[in-house]
Write a protein that binds this ligand. Structure first.
Ligand code: ADP
Length: 254
């Protein structure tokens, strides 16, 4: 767990922030049934209870949200690793991670640039009974970052579409639309404690480089039904030093 230290609860906002309150969800785009689910989503529809244990209580997701949401067991695990006072979920989507953070952290700042997805996240957090622990912020993390305070930043950025698996190695610099190096260093201005959620074929060299010459990075793979689905890279105090970090600091086993 990240050491609990006194952190300002409030974020320094110079300007009023847009929240989800003004967005009403059109149920035709966020509620699917076995009859109405689009063909391309059927594979995900079959996994709906793996994505959300409380799916049947009225979980809402827009079309893109179905592709991006983190399965609940993975989100629960990440939240355990990121326990802290204030966690910032920089790309919260429909809320899969933010909700699990809310169960184990004092406060969650959940940001998304898309008003429909952010409204889904708020709705879904209400179903899980944790909406009151989450500040939902509509905006661009790249612009908001200089005004944020937090103990941990969770980065689950756009991966740049399904082409990410076509390449042997996923290059965070060129394939993450806002440049994964720039994004990481921006998050580092908030806190050294960063969790980065990335495709399974991400370059390990790039992840090690982000830690800097004297830093350490820990990488976890999430396996589901025998396949590696994604990886999580941890930095700062999120690195579990009880596991052997390897012979040389800042490097990863090949
Ligand atoms: P993927 O499907 O590759 O995981 P998405 O394009 O769905 O990625 O993006 C992940 C989430 O991040 C989406 O909910 C999207 O609205 C949000 N998002 C994208 N860019 C930004 C940004 N600059 N700031 C905050 N949220 C963003």
């Amino acid at each position: 767990m990240v050491k609990k230290r006194k952190t300002e609860r409030e974020t320094d906002w110079d300007a009023p922030l847009e929240t989800t309150s003004s967005v009403s969800l059109d149920s035709s785009v966020v509620d699917y049934t076995t009859e109405t689910v689009p063909k391309k989503l059927i594979k995900y529809w079959h996994q709906r209870h793996r994505l959300w244990s409380r799916f049947n209580e009225g979980i809402r997701m827009d079309y893109e949200g179905w592709f991006s949401v983190t399965p609940e067991r993975v989100a629960t695990h990440i939240a355990q690793r990121c326990q802290s006072n204030i966690v910032i979920d920089a790309f919260c989507g429909v809320g899969g991670n933010a909700i699990q953070f809310a169960f184990v952290c004092e406060r969650v700042i959940a940001i998304d640039i898309d008003p429909v997805r952010l409204a889904c996240a708020k709705h879904n957090a209400e179903i899980y009974g944790v909406a009151d622990r989450i500040d939902f912020i509509l905006g661009n993390f790249m612009q908001l970052a200089p005004r944020l305070h937090g103990d941990v930043v969770f980065l689950s950025p756009p991966w740049g579409g399904p082409e990410y698996l076509a390449e042997k190695t996923y290059d965070i610099q060129s394939m993450i639309p806002m440049d994964g190096n720039v994004l990481f260093h921006l998050a580092r201005t908030i806190t050294p404690n960063i969790a980065y959620f990335l495709p399974r074929n991400t370059s390990m060299d790039q992840l090690a480089m982000l830690a800097g010459p004297s830093g350490v990075c820990e990488v976890e793979q999430a396996h589901m039904r025998g396949k590696t689905k994604c990886i999580m890279a941890y930095y700062g105090e999120l690195v579990d030093m009880s596991s052997d970090p390897g012979p040389e600091e800042g490097t990863l086993p090949s």
